[in-house]
Design a protein around this ligand. Sequence first.
Ligand code: 13P
Length: 250
Amino acid sequence: MKYLIANWKMNSVNLDLWEQEFLDFINSNKDFPQPNEVKLIVCLNLYDYYVFSEKINTSKNPIFKNISLYAQDVSRHEEGAFTGQISSKFLQKIGIKGSIVGHSELRKNGDSESNVYEKGLKLKDEKLSNILCIGEDLETLKNHNKKSFLLNQLEAFCKNGVKPDLLAYEPIWAIGTGVEADSENISSAVSIIFDFLNENKINCPVLYGGSVSTTNIEEIISIPGLEGCLVGNSSLNGEQFAIIASKIKS
Ligand code: 13P
C-alpha cells in the first residue's frame, strides 16, 4: 500500500475544477491505482470541508469516493477560551478522519515539541489519525546535526501510547522551494527513522514531503523504505495530484 497526501495549506482551491481535473485524468487512465493500492488523503481548509465532503460522499467514482479528508492542525486543548482553534472533538464530530501535527510551518509559529505531542494525544483521545511531520532546517543539516534533531522530534512525540499513524519526513529546506531533497539525504533520514521505529516497536508508513512534483515523484518513490508522499503546491491542481498518484503505485 502506498499513501499520497495533499496538503492544500491556506490556498484557495476551486473545488469543482479540482474534482473535474482529477476525474478527467483517472477516466482516461484505466490503470489508475485502486484505493487498496494507493490511499489518497486531502488535508484541506475546514472552510471547504462541507462542500468537498459532499462531493466525495455523493460521487459515483469509486476512487474519488475513497479520498479521506484530514485537517491541517488541531488544538492541543480540549475545549474553552482558545480563540481560532479547533478541537479534536469538533473534527471528529464533522467527520474529519485525522490531522497533520507538527508541520514545520506551525512549528515556526510556536508549536513546541510538547505542543505537538499534546495534539497527538488529543487526536488519539478521539480515535482520529495523525500525520506527524518532522524535518530539519538547513543549518541543522549543514552542522551535521540531522540525526539528533530527528531523534529528538520522534522521542518527544512517541510516549504514553502516542505514536505516529503516518510519518512524513519533510526537510524544511525542501518545502516550497521547487527543489526536492536529494536521494542521499532522504535515504539517510529514512534509515534514522526506521531504526527508531524498530527499536520502539512502532509500525507506521514513512513518507517524504518537500517539492514533490509530477516530474520527480518516480525517483523519490523508488527510495527504499518510502511508502508515499505529502504534497503541497503540486496538489493544488487535481490533474497533477492524479498524475502523481498514478506514478506512485507499488
Ligand atoms: P511543497 O510540496 O509545496 O514543497 O510543500 C510540502 C509540504 O509542506 C507538505 O506538507
